[in-house]
Design a protein around this ligand. Structure first.
Ligand code: F0G
Length: 458
């Protein structure tokens, strides 16, 4: 017989989570103004709001915490992390930051000017935010395959080279500080970019003499997909694949809260010494001295260890198979999910799930509320609320896809929890025809409104 799925770790410490009653949840979600970000974590049974900073550290990472060197300058923890970053990515220069968006803030302070264009594959919202804050423009060049939720295509994170070349050839070189490759592409559903596409993007970038920067939050998960899906990589180790990926780029920003399995941290790494020197200045201003950059020594130690654990095949196999397990389970209940399953999350197509709820009434947010009410499961809306209003017309922007994201924290939940989530969603699906109305905005911020928006049920 073939062996079934089994985790590549055992559990040494546990944290109690509690179920609640429907009437409790009705009260709590009303008090939270129907915004799941406003819920207290103890009001949630299974928390899939994000896979960022929510992973479980290993015994080795915790032991590294005890060895942290808290010296302001030149801590051994800094050198340990610098060596790990060099070893895993190949980049010579490195700056620690407190998280991913801080890395973006520091690096973009050097590279991005007003009026610039930064082409890429569906930039993440903080990345886009840091580009737009500098009065520059993020140009999405993702392949069209990514916008068809049903289509099984192995690398839906890929860049369309024709779209990219159009941007490169129709603008002066000075207007394009870099091309940004997000691996895996969170916005399009945790979908990977193929090595071939990375190589071709790098060739095109060289032709136009433009640097390539990786947004690397989930680089190891991307490497896993290259290993299992791309011809010629089955026999290569994850670390070999990672080194090849980064060999095609000039710099990277990292949110260590994802693939490096720590609760807080980030970094920038690069090849160019001059950019490193300029970025160092902004690091000192925004983050802290260049040998800690907003991180404590113990956190840098745990991160160095996490970079090695996060790039082990056995761990990644456990991780990605668990995400796929949830995706398959939902499909078996006929729930419309984005295919194929992504690396860190399952995205549910809310327009298909709740066809009666008008788009003006936020069907994805409505589904996230219903899922919470059903089983105490917290997901996040990736739809019209997240898309904000058009900065000029102030009208709602309706993205092509209206989704909820079920992001799976690393090494935290078992497949029994996945079964529970799947049943909760299946129960909502069964009563979907009775859900005809959504929600209305009562209060909202001018940008990034989904974090603080207050809603009312219709
Ligand atoms: N880039 C990507 C692709 C991300 O997914 C995130 C964060 C960031 C950059 C920013 O990193 O949070 O450390 O500042 N994504 C989280 C999420 C918040 O839930 O997907 P950060």
């Amino acid at each position: 017989m073939e062996f079934p799925f089994a985790e590549s770790y055992k559990i040494k410490m546990v944290e109690t989570i509690s179920r609640s009653s429907l009437s409790d949840r009705e009260k709590w979600i009303k008090e939270a103004h129907y915004n799941l970000f406003n819920l207290k974590s103890e009001q949630v049974f299974i928390d899939l709001i994000t896979d960022s900073g929510t992973g479980a550290m290993s015994d080795r990472q915790w032991s590294q915490m005890m060895l942290g060197d808290e010296s302001y300058a030149g801590a051994s923890s800094y050198y340990k992390l610098k060596d790990a970053v060099k070893d895993i990515t190949g980049f010579e220069y490195f700056l620690p930051t407190h998280q991913g968006r801080a890395a973006e803030n520091v690096l973009f302070s050097v590279l991005v000017k007003p009026g610039d264009f930064i082409p890429g594959n569906a930039h993440f919202d903080t990345t886009k935010g840091h580009i737009e804050l500098r009065k520059a423009f993020a140009v999405d060049c993702t392949v069209d395959e990514a916008s068809d939720p049903e289509l099984i295509y192995p690398f839906k994170g890929n860049i369309d080279l024709n779209k990219l070349e159009k941007v490169l050839s129709s603008n002066p070189k000075e207007k394009i500080p870099f091309i940004l490759l997000t691996i895996t592409c969170n916005t399009s559903g945790g979908q990977p970019v193929s090595m071939q596409n990375i190589r071709e993007v790098s060739q095109l970038a060289k032709k136009y003499d433009i640097p390539v920067v990786f947004d690397s939050a989930r680089f190891a998960e991307n490497a896993y997909f290259i290993k299992v899906r791309e011809q010629g990589y089955a026999g290569r180790s994850i670390r070999e694949i990672v080194r090849e990926i980064f060999s095609y780029g000039d710099a990277m920003t990292m949110s260590s809260k994802k693939d490096a399995i720590v609760n807080m941290g980030g970094f920038i790494a690069m090849r160019n010494e001059e950019i490193f020197r300029q970025a160092s200045l902004f690091n000192i201003m925004f983050e802290g001295f260049i040998t800690y950059g907003g991180m404590s020594g113990r956190d840098m130690n745990a991160l160095a260890q996490g970079l090695y654990e996060g790039t082990e095949f056995e761990y990644l196999d456990t991780r990605i198979l668990q995400v796929a397990y949830l995706g398959d389970k939902l499909s078996s209940y006929n729930i419309p999910v984005i295919k194929p399953s992504g690396g860190h999350a399952i995205f549910v197509d809310s327009l298909k799930f709740l066809p009666h709820v008008p788009r003006e009434e936020f069907p994805a947010q409505t589904l996230a509320i219903e899922l919470y009410l059903e089983g105490g499961v917290r997901s996040v809306e990736i739809g019209t609320l997240l898309a904000d209003r058009d900065p000029v017309t102030r009208e709602n922007r309706f993205p092509k896809l209206e989704m909820i994201r079920l992001a799976i924290p690393r090494r935290v939940y078992t497949n029994n929890h996945m079964d529970y989530v799947a049943v909760a969603l299946a129960n909502v699906y069964e009563r979907r025809n009775n859900i005809k109305r959504g929600v209305r905005i009562v209060k909202e911020a001018p940008i990034l409104r989904h974090f603080t928006v207050e809603l009312e049920r219709l």
